[in-house]
Design a protein around this ligand. Structure first.
Ligand SMILES: Cc1cc2nc3c(=O)[nH]c(=O)nc-3n(C[C@H](O)[C@H](O)[C@H](O)COP(=O)(O)O)c2cc1C
Length: 318
């Protein structure tokens, strides 16, 4: 299949494996890229030297295009940018910040830039900043999220109407049927996070992967809206935050409860009670941990089969 997303990144399938702190290192990114999707290294949880090591290992493990996800609130951002440019990373997905800050500098170096947004205002800002494409991420998504709580179903048509550049949908997409739905709404590619947490190559702790595949409806919640909103599993850590919010705790108290390294503790070290476990609503339909390349194939095959099934229904109408 060829469309604006496959052409932009020079990949076989318009399937992007999301950058995810503590879960998406070189092993996952290279496995997805080798399978014909676009794998992203999640730089948000890496020190500069660690990022360089992951980029080098990724380049050694795949000849296919790959990218780096760079949350713009990262404190050592300039060092990361320097590493990315030096290592000639072909694609960067920026998120959680102002797209105007780094887009021009990265593009000057021949790097394709995509920005993640959750509302129309930031979609327009991204176009003005000169990005090559946009990821529109809905309320269902795992990890940090927009305050407006706009679902993917509502967000994608809004963004499609607002901008003409290539559009990637994210949030709640775990299989080919949801991918097809996103295409029907105007997306030309999908970014998938939660489903790839439950892959062999993800660096998530086994305890966390098991939580993902045993999740049920209602097990996740968008939390910490006073700080940076994040969708996570409703474990003991979440309950502590929810109780503090219910008694009217302010941002300072919440920051104190959050402390440092909660996400690492939960997702990387496997502390299911005290750690932060970021995951999307779609976890409730993920049942198995699989090789990442198999996930790409399964999603793509389901997308094609479902498209044919829908086409045959339309034929019945004639
Ligand atoms: C464990 C986890 C960590 C994440 N970390 C990041 C991150 O570092 N940077 C980012 O831009 N998005 C992050 N996200 C959001 C994903 O990039 C992606 O947009 C989202 O997972 C898509 O929704 P889905 O989880 O329903 O597939 C994270 C998501 C998860 C599940």
């Amino acid at each position: 299949m060829q469309n604006r997303i496959t052409q932009l990144f020079n990949i076989r399938y318009p399937i992007v494996q999301a950058g995810m702190i503590w879960c998406s290192g070189w092993r996952l990114a290279s496995a997805v890229s080798n399978a014909g999707g676009l794998g992203l290294i999640g730089a948000g949880s890496m020190y500069p030297d660690v990022l360089r090591e992951h980029i080098r290992k990724c380049k050694a493990a795949t000849a296919a295009p790959y990218g780096v996800n760079l949350p713009l609130l990262y404190p050592n951002i300039e060092e990361h940018i320097h590493t990315i440019v030096e290592e000639q990373v072909p694609v960067v997905f920026t998120s959680a910040g102002n797209p105007a800050t780094w887009t021009a500098k990265l593009k000057e170096k021949g790097i394709k830039v995509v920005h993640v947004i959750a509302n129309t205002r930031f979609a327009i800002k991204s176009v003005e900043a000169g990005v090559d494409a946009i990821v529109a991420e809905g309320f269902e998504a795992g990890g940090h999220n927009g305050r407006e709580e706009t679902t993917t179903m509502c967000l994608i048509p809004l963004i499609r109407e607002a901008v003409t550049i290539p559009l990637i949908a994210a949030g709640g997409i775990g299989g080919g049927k949801a991918m097809l739905a996103a295409f029907a709404l105007g997306a030309e590619g999908v970014q998938i996070g939660s489903r790839f947490v439950a892959s062999d190559e993800s660096s998530a702790h086994e305890n966390f992967k098991k939580v993902v595949i045993s999740s049920r409806e209602g097990d996740t919640q968008l939390s910490l809206k006073q700080l940076t909103p994040v969708r996570l599993v409703k474990n003991r850590f979440y309950q502590e935050i929810a109780a503090a919010e219910a008694r009217g705790a302010g941002a300072d108290e919440l920051k104190q409860i959050l402390g440092r390294a909660r996400a690492k503790k939960g997702m990387f070290e496997g502390d299911l009670d005290e750690g932060e476990l970021e995951i999307g609503q779609v976890a409730s339909s993920i049942r198995t941990i699989m090789p990442a390349g198999e996930i790409v194939k399964e999603i793509w095959n389901e997308f094609k089969e479902e498209k044919m099934r829908i086409c045959s229904i339309q034929a019945d109408f004639n």
